[in-house]
Write a protein that binds this ligand. Structure first.
Ligand SMILES: COC(=O)c1ccnc(N)c1
Length: 254
């Protein structure tokens, strides 16, 4: 997968050199490229923002630098690149006014060959940038939750990490995304329950004996029960979705 990130703070993405994602980049699984939006400004001050039409507080990011940046970055991929010939990227714009980012959406994005992230700051990016981009590529406005950040960079880190760990080869065999909270299948709409490792007794706290029993069926049942308990306690609204989903399954006649 190729990922391009356009931002006025490229250094914000130093963490993408580390750990799982750093290893995936070194292994060629991920091709992440950072671009400084100011490279597409032409004035002495490298201006990227201006006052909003219609008045109001704050500043809005100007369309011209973004238009030139997206033309340069999201144009035709170089031959033999990770995105493949003729690939068209999906533009992801992190914004509080976007549609919710979920594990399911991360899975869908992880199946794309090429993502381009537009990191907005200030009061946002001139809306014509997304409208113009939509003429030649799919555009998704994505929110990672109901709160406002100073810029799209933190949200982009969250999205890139969530998506990248789902790519084949990124998680070692020992770690699997299958048991993750929210993962499709058995854990869909469920939170992961408690986890334990050695020692079996620590500060007079014991590991639940079932986990030491070697009875895999009993362990699976215990884990599902604990996941249901955790979900009921922390996210009861997910249980309703689970029940509706389960009911739909029970109603099926095929
Ligand atoms: C500037 O971007 C944000 O504030 C942002 C982006 C994505 N999700 C959010 N909840 C906020």
């Amino acid at each position: 997968m190729r990922i391009d990130i356009i931002t006025i703070f490229p250094d914000y993405f130093a963490p993408l050199e580390l750990s799982l994602i750093g290893k995936a980049r070194a292994a060629g699984i991920l091709d992440i490229r950072l671009h400084d939006l100011r490279s597409w400004t032409h004035d002495r001050h490298n201006t990227v923002d201006d006052t909003p039409y219609g008045g109001g507080p704050g500043m809005v990011m100007k369309p011209e630098p973004w238009g030139e940046a997206l033309d340069a970055v999201a144009g035709a991929p170089e031959p033999g690149g990770a995105a493949g010939p003729g690939a068209v990227p999906r533009l992801v714009v992190p914004t509080p006014s976007g549609t919710p980012f979920t594990q399911e959406r991360a899975k869908r994005l992880s199946e794309e060959p090429w993502l381009v992230f537009a990191c907005g700051r200030y009061e946002g990016i001139d809306s014509r940038v997304a409208a113009d981009a939509a003429r030649r590529m799919p555009v998704e406005e994505v929110s990672i939750g109901d709160y406002v950040l100073a810029g799209g960079e933190s949200a982009t880190l969250v999205i890139v990490e969530t998506v990248s760990r789902l790519l084949p080869g990124v998680l070692g065999n020992a770690e699997s995304a299958v048991q993750d909270s929210f993962a499709a299948g058995a854990m869909e709409n469920l939170l992961e329950g408690p986890v334990f490792t050695k020692p079996a007794r620590w500060r007079d706290l014991e590991v639940p004996p079932v986990l030491l029993s070697g009875d895999h069926g009993a362990v699976d049942r215990w884990r599902r029960h604990e996941a249901l308990r955790k979900t009921a306690r922390n996210r009861p609204e997910l249980l309703r979705a689970l029940a509706e989903g389960g009911m739909a399954g029970l109603d099926r006649t095929d």
